[in-house]
Design a protein around this ligand. Structure first.
Ligand SMILES: *Cc1c(COP(=O)(O)O)cnc(C)c1O
Ligand SMILES: *[C@@H]1O[C@H](CO)[C@@H](O)[C@H](O)[C@H]1NC(C)=O
Length: 410
């Protein structure tokens, strides 16, 4: 099959799904997409459901909200984020968006100008590239270093940034790599951004989903040094990606970025945005204030368990290696050694044949910028994940040279 290039994650997952062989009658297990709601062990808290139900039943939130978001929602998010910062955000710093996706769109649109470029991580999250293409913003890729816990290659940042560079994107905790950056590394990123006078776009959609040795540190901690645009949503931590409740926050206490003119432009931009439904916004203060630690701990315990399970299984499959154990988020990047396989050309070929023969869907690394890697989402039911990886192992055994030499061609 022709190697598809420039396809979106959803596009390629659709093609992979269509390649599953229905005759095999195996249940399809997809650990390619990042939507944990497909698995029953990942359900949101009753606090969130009750808050939304009560907001709806009150009949007070059937109208339009202000385009920047309901005041009580902005206030609640500013307080929620301020807990982990050395200064207090104002509700005016917070703009309500339709998920983190729209926050990305706002960030890129507001920074776009002729000849502008932004630095994005590789591997990364393809929505950044998609948005930049629509706004004629040039993308420059900064490698993340697999052997260094997927830290940002700061020398590359130094070499790539020029007077047209407007921002650097940092995804922490990371998708697709499962990285959680240390305070020290984030500080170095902030210093580098300050040196080049660029804004940091901090994608913290996985904020607090850290279960390894590094605690989650928000980039906004360095907001006094360098302006930070903090992007987030309820989608991942509260496991409600369909509610489309996100935020775009100017974490910039020294007002380096947010002068009167940019604030005016932001407000105008939000007049054309159309954020999430008003009753979902109205539920946010209760969701943020009343969600119990027990709910968060339960999610983290499952993710810790499934990520360990994932790494341990991968270590038993010779053609796959996991250079760094994931410490957060819901996904891990795994290196594929095609030279150990008889008839597999690359990651795309691997994923298509795996879908056909084993009804298992993994995401080819090429879609997130790394050829001959695959992304595995470990936010899955443990039994499903285990079965998926057992099938990957039998796929390896059928396609490996070693097995052929041992047992002869079948
Ligand atoms: C899921 C995800 C988003 C999008 O979040 P939504 O709230 O679902 O729009 C943005 N960035 C990254 C890195 C993600 O994984
Ligand atoms: C792939 O496996 C072969 C055989 O074990 C090994 O020699 C080679 O170094 C591996 N390649 C990579 C990129 O790991």
């Amino acid at each position: 099959m022709e190697t598809p290039t420039n396809v979106t994650i959803k596009g390629i997952l659709g093609l992979l799904m269509a390649n599953v062989d229905g005759e095999k009658k195996k249940r399809v297990i997809s650990v390619g997409m990042g939507d944990p709601t497909a698995f029953s062990c990942f359900t949101t808290t009753s606090v969130a459901r009750d808050a939304v139900r009560d907001a709806l039943d009150s009949q007070k939130f059937n109208g339009y909200s202000p385009t920047v978001g309901l005041p009580q929602t902005r206030r609640a998010i500013s307080e929620y984020l301020s807990i982990n910062l050395p200064y207090k955000l104002s509700p005016d710093d917070v703009y309500i968006t339709a998920g983190c996706t729209q926050a990305i769109e706002v960030a890129i649109s507001i920074l776009a100008r002729p000849n502008a470029n932004i630095l994005v991580p590789k591997p990364g999250f393809p929505i950044y590239e998609l948005c930049a293409a629509f706004r004629n913003v040039e993308i420059r890729h900064v490698d993340l270093l697999p052997e260094n816990g997927w830290e940002v290659d700061l020398d590359a940042v130094d070499a790539l940034a020029d007077h047209n560079t407007v921002a650097i994107v940092i995804i922490n905790p990371g998708n697709p790599c499962g990285n959680v950056y240390s305070f020290q590394h984030l500080k170095k990123i902030a210093e580098m951004a300050k040196k080049h006078k660029i804004v940091v776009i901090a994608d913290e959609v996985y904020g607090h989903l850290a279960f390894g040795s590094n605690p989650f540190v928000p980039m906004g901690v360095f907001g006094s040094m360098v302006p930070v645009l903090t992007l987030g949503s309820l989608s991942k931590r509260w496991i409600v990606p369909g509610w489309r409740l996100g935020w775009f926050v100017t974490t910039d206490p020294n007002a380096i970025f947010k002068n009167a003119k940019t604030v005016e432009r932001l407000k105008k931009y939000f007049d054309i945005c159309g954020g999430p439904a008003t009753f979902i916004q109205a539920a946010v203060p209760r969701i943020l204030e009343e969600t119990s630690d027990a709910f968060f701990t339960k999610t983290l315990n499952i993710l810790k368990h499934t990520s360990d399970l994932c790494v341990n299984k991968i270590n038993t499959i010779p053609c796959l290696t996991c250079p760094t154990k994931p410490q957060g988020s819901m996904a891990v990047m795994v290196k594929l050694n095609v030279s150990l396989l008889t008839d597999i050309k690359d990651d795309i070929d691997f994923c298509f044949k795996l879908a056909k023969e084993e009804s298992v869907i993994l995401l080819p690394g090429l879609t997130v910028g790394l050829k001959n890697w695959v992304r595995i989402t470990f936010a899955a039911e443990p039994s499903a994940l285990e079965e998926a990886l057992d099938r990957v192992k039998s796929f390896y055994q059928r396609h490996s040279y070693e097995e052929k030499f041992q047992f002869g061609p079948s």
